[in-house]
Write a protein that binds this ligand. Structure first.
Ligand code: CMP
Length: 138
């Protein structure tokens, strides 16, 4: 398995003041920060980033939400990064997320679910490259 994943702390968690607590939990779980920034996605960015979901009924809502305020984008490094990070954040729907997971603690709904985590090594690379230039990765 690959050793990098890509994450975003979504607009809800940024607005609610959870950046620090979420980064603390990520670091305490053994992930190293390779790249990180506070940024806001444009409509076009979000439509491109979430292109795979363009036919889903929630696509418009997803784009609207993800462009509604700043996010923290980051690339994280750890053995087995994609799978271990998905375990750390918990199920997409916070109602189904395990106790102690980031979504259980900070998400409000399936749409406003606090954090993103890549679902494969291939997507981790695509998503990291979407947000960061090589000179921003350390
Ligand atoms: P994420 O896994 O980061 O990327 C796709 C996102 O679509 C997912 O997080 C959810 O936030 C969002 N999503 C998935 N299902 C729904 C849904 N039924 N309604 C609204 N948003 C959804």
């Amino acid at each position: 398995a690959g050793n990098r994943t890509f994450t975003m702390i979504k607009p809800d968690a940024v607005k609610n003041g959870h950046i620090g607590a979420i980064l603390e939990q990520i670091n305490a779980s053994g992930f190293r920060i390779v790249a990180m920034k506070l940024t806001q996605m444009t409509k076009r960015d979000a439509e491109t980033f979430y292109g795979v979901h363009s036919e889903r009924p929630f696509f418009g809502e997803l784009v609207e939400f993800m462009t509604s305020g700043p996010i923290v984008a980051a690339i994280l490094e750890k053995d087995n990064a994609v799978e271990d990070f998905r375990t750390l954040i918990g199920a997409t729907n916070p109602a189904e997320a395990a106790e102690g997971t980031i979504r259980k603690k900070y998400a409000t709904s399936i749409g406003e679910n606090a954090v993103h985590g890549s679902d494969s090594d291939e997507n981790a690379k695509i998503e990291g490259d979407f947000h960061f230039a090589g000179r921003e990765m350390f």
